[in-house]
Each structure stands twice: as structure tokens, then as C-alpha cells.
Design a protein around this ligand. Structure first.
Ligand SMILES: Cc1ncc(COP(=O)(O)O)c(C=O)c1O
Length: 469
């Protein structure tokens, strides 16, 4: 365990056993550094982790205190267990039925996959898009073929560099959202019938992509805080001929977990030793809470086996459909696949985003967005604590905008979904995140919308429906 995690676990233990009570101060950062001979960044990292879990909070001029409401918060869910065999995937009907319902604007969007559009700088982007469209070089429509706009790829390469990852501009391929990037990467590294390791529960888009390509899913147990469980993965790799992995290292959808640094290193080493490509679905990493951005698995990759996929859909421009792949040694293959799949991605949208990134306002926007999401997460956790059955367990992601709830075993999430929809509320039921339709008593809730009485009432209504079941 890293030093900061040890310290966070120790202070959490003091809070949970009642040695430190709500409202009481915890040792200041300076004091803790001196007493424990730790660096300031280690102590701050530990305190940020406790802050993200809702156990402590920073108070102006008095340092950190134990949060007043942490006890009202439901417990975290346990790690998932998965079937041992690889599964043919058939989720399409279930997923489309549920997604059809979330499209209805009249529903309170607790089941939505998107945060509120009000949180994005859409007016500025529209101005830039208008300007770009008016002055677009007519030849750009002919010359900006895959891999895509050079200036946008340069801006993306610059952001990689800031995150400590070296990706040459030439190795970035612009795509229509991360979904196209992920599908193209999957196509580059698999043949129909192959086995692909995915998390359990997994993003339903990953399951749909596997189904579309006739691949089999090997669902790996996944921890709600630390992501995919590596001992299980290692055992599974020994038994099955896995041709690729599709994992999320940061703020996994739907659990919200993020892999600790030491697991990231171990995962990349494990796969390198077996020459297994890893598709890294990394669409939420900009939405981290606390001081430290997570570093992608790509940062550890020296052999070009990590195909990193990102997007602006979740953090800047949802409708623009701009994503990218940095597919390492598969870059040329993915570039060609992009060409045959859709020729290129809308030129004006690429240029508008490139200009926005060049202007320098992106960091400011991200800081505000992260702050809003963190506040909304706390509001939703507290509302769940107030309105859901006491046995409910809830994840505590340190970023993104989803909570994963494990309800009492008697609750049927699909039936809960039907009853909630009848009351004008969408939720995302657990079975849509599993090839085997597991997680029958789990749901995913979205806290990406500014808190309102309507959302509070909707959470209360779903809690009442769950309690009645
Ligand atoms: C985990 C995950 N990956 C990929 C995507 C697709 O991203 P995009 O909208 O950029 O295609 C989503 C969207 O919901 C997602 O949740």
C-alpha cells in the first residue's frame, strides 16, 4: 500500500471508531508532516482522499475537520463476483429499450449517461463554430482526412504531455466520439469469436461493441473503489486465450472506481508479458475531484500495446461528437479503419474545438465543472442516505458523475426501473451492465445535474419504491 493510502486508512479508522468525532479538527498538514516524517504532498493526497470519501472537509482558516454527516452516508458496495466462463453477448434489446426511455426529456434524468448541458461553455463553442464555418478553407474538406485536424491533434498531444504521457501528434486519430475510437480499436486487435476481458459490471457500450463484432466477453471481478481486480484477472488470463482487454482506469462506468497507481503499473506489466493489447476507455479522467489528476495506463506503456481512447463528450462539448484514439503500435491500422468506417469527422467541429483549446479557457471551465460535480455528488449521497432503505450500499467515486447502488437482494432493478418510469423518473438498472444480466438488485444514478427540488423528490421516490419492494 502506498504511504498516502496507509495514512488515509489510519485516519479513516480513527473517524470510524469514534476517536475523532464530527466537527473535530484532524491534525494539520504541517503537524502531520513533522510528526510522521512524511512529505506535504503525501499528507495532502491522504487528506484529499478522505475529503473525496466525504469523511473530512476543509474549513477556511481552521484546516480539516471531520465531516458532520459522514455517518449518514450509506456504506460502499462489495466487489463483484463474475461467471468463470466467457459469454456470448446479447444485450442490445435490453439496452436499447432502456436508452429509449432515457431520451424522453419529460423524465427526471437519473438514468442518463450525460451531465446537464448547462454545465458546458456551449455559447462560446457555438461562436467559434460559426466563425470556423464562415472562414473554413474549402480545401480543408478535402485535405483533413484521417487522422484528422492537425491543430486539434497537436492540442490533444499537448494535454497528454501535461499529464506526463508522450504521444506523437502523428499517432492520434480523431474519431466521432470515443465510441467510434473504441470500436475501431477493438476491430484492430480482434477477430470475431475472440475472447475480450471486460470489467464486471461494464459500460454497456463495451458490451454492445463486443456483440456487434461477434466477440465473447470474459467478465472480470471489479472493485467499486480500485477498479478491475488483478489477481482474478491474472488467474483468468492463465485459463483463457484472451485476445484483448477493454478497461477503464479512471472513474469506471458504472462503479466509479479508479485504479491505484501501483495497480496501473502491475496491469500494464501483466499484459505486456503476454503481449495482450489493452483498450483503455478513458472518457471521464478530466472529471477528477481533489488535486491530483489520474494518470492514464498509457503513461506506463513502453511497448505500444495500450490503445488509449478519449473524448470531449463528457467534459466539454457533448453534441460535437469529437473523440480520439492514441492506439500505439496500431495507429496506422486504426487510421485506415477510420477511413473505411466514416472517411472523416466533421471538419468544422474539429477546428472549433482546436480553437477553444488554444484560447486557454478550458482549465477554468474544467475546474468549475469538477467543483459542481463534487458538490452534486455530496448532495445526492446525502439524499440517498435520507431516502433509501438502510441496507443500501453506495459507491464513493472520486470523479465522474455516476453513483452505483447495491439495493437489498429482494429489489428487482428492472421492475424498479418500470415503476420509476411510471412516476416520470429514469434510472439505469444493473443488468444492462452485464453480459450475464447480473446485478439484478443494483442501479446507477446520475448526479450530473444541478441539484433541485425535482431531483431531491425523484431520489426520494425511487428510495420509496425500492423500500416497498
Ligand atoms: C465509459 C464510456 N465510454 C465511452 C463512451 C462514449 O463516449 P462518446 O460520447 O465520446 O462517444 C461513454 C458514453 O456514455 C462512456 O460512458
Amino acid at each position: 500500500m502506498t504511504l498516502y493510502r496507509e495514512l488515509a486508512a489510519e485516519v479513516a479508522g480513527m473517524i470510524e471508531s469514534g476517536i475523532l468525532r464530527p466537527g473535530e479538527k484532524i491534525p494539520s498538514v504541517r503537524n502531520m508532516c513533522k510528526r510522521r516524517k512524511l512529505s506535504q504532498s503525501t499528507v495532502l493526497q491522504a487528506y484529499h482522499e478522505l475529503e473525496d470519501r466525504g469523511q473530512i472537509e476543509a474549513r477556511p482558516r481552521s484546516g480539516y475537520v471531520v465531516s458532520a454527516y459522514w455517518k449518514d452516508m450509506p456504506r460502499e458496495p462489495a466487489m463483484s463476483r463474475s461467471p468463470r466462463a466467457a459469454t456470448t453477448v446479447a444485450v442490445a434489446d435490453l439496452v436499447f429499450d432502456i436508452l429509449d426511455a432515457t431520451r424522453n426529456r419529460a423524465l427526471v434524468p437519473l438514468g442518463s449517461a450525460f451531465p446537464s448541458p448547462l454545465l458546458f461553455p456551449l455559447p462560446r463553442l457555438a461562436q467559434l463554430l460559426g466563425g470556423v464555418a464562415r472562414h473554413l478553407d474549402p480545401w480543408a474538406t478535402v485535405t483533413d482526412l484521417p487522422p484528422g485536424s492537425w491543430e486539434l491533434r497537436r492540442q490533444i498531444a499537448r494535454r497528454y504531455l501535461m499529464a506526463g504521457v508522450q504521444v506523437p501528434v502523428e499517432d492520434i486519430v480523431i474519431t466521432s466520439g470515443a465510441m467510434e475510437a473504441l470500436n475501431l480499436c477493438l476491430q484492430a486487435v480482434t477477430q470475431p469469436g475472440d475472447i475480450v476481458a471486460v470489467e464486471s459490471p461494464a459500460f454497456y457500450g463495451a458490451l454492445q461493441a463486443l456483440e456487434r463484432r461477434g466477440l465473447r466477453a470474459l467478465e472480470v471481478p471489479t472493485h467499486p473503489r480500485d477498479g478491475v481486480e488483478l489477481d482474478s484477472l491474472e488467474r483468468m488470463l492463465r485459463k483463457h486465450d484472451v485476445k484483448a482487454c477493454w478497461f477503464m482506469s479512471s472513474f469506471q462506468n458504472p462503479l466509479g472506481g479508479s485504479m491505484p497507481e501501483e495497480n496501473r503499473q502491475r496491469l500494464v506489466t501483466l499484459l505486456k508479458a503476454r503481449d495482450i493489447p489493452l483498450i483503455e476507455d478513458d472518457v471521464y479522467s478530466e472529471l477528477y475531484f481533489g488535486g491530483e489528476p489520474p494518470r492514464p495506463l498509457k503513461a506506463q506503456d513502453r511497448s505500444g500495446l495500450v490503445l488509449h481512447c478519449g473524448s470531449f463528450s463528457k467534459c466539454l462539448a457533448p453534441g460535437y461528437r469529437i473523440g480520439w484514439a492514441a492506439p500505439g503500435r496500431y495507429a496506422r491500422q486504426v487510421e485506415r479503419l477510420k477511413f473505411t468506417a466514416s472517411i472523416s469527422t466533421t471538419v468544422a467541429a474539429q477546428e472549433a474545438l482546436a480553437r477553444y483549446l488554444g484560447e486557454g479557457g478550458y482549465e477554468y471551465h474544467l475546474r468549475r465543472l469538477r467543483q459542481a460535480l463534487q458538490t452534486q455528488q455530496n448532495q445526492m449521497l446525502q439524499a440517498i442516505g435520507r431516502h433509501f432503505p438502510t441496507q443500501t450500499r453506495v459507491s464513493r467515486p472520486r470523479g465522474g458523475y455516476f453513483l452505483w447502488l447495491e439495493l437489498p437482494a429482494a429489489v428487482d432493478a428492472l421492475e424498479l426501473n418500470r415503476r420509476a418510469a411510471a412516476q416520470g423518473i429514469s434510472i439505469a438498472p444493473g443488468p444492462m451492465f452485464s453480459a450475464k444480466r447480473q446485478f439484478t438488485n443494483c442501479i446507477r444514478l446520475n448526479y450530473g445535474h444541478p441539484w433541485s427540488q425535482q431531483i431531491e423528490d425523484a431520489v426520494a421516490a425511487v428510495g420509496r419504491l425500492a423500500a416497498a419492494m
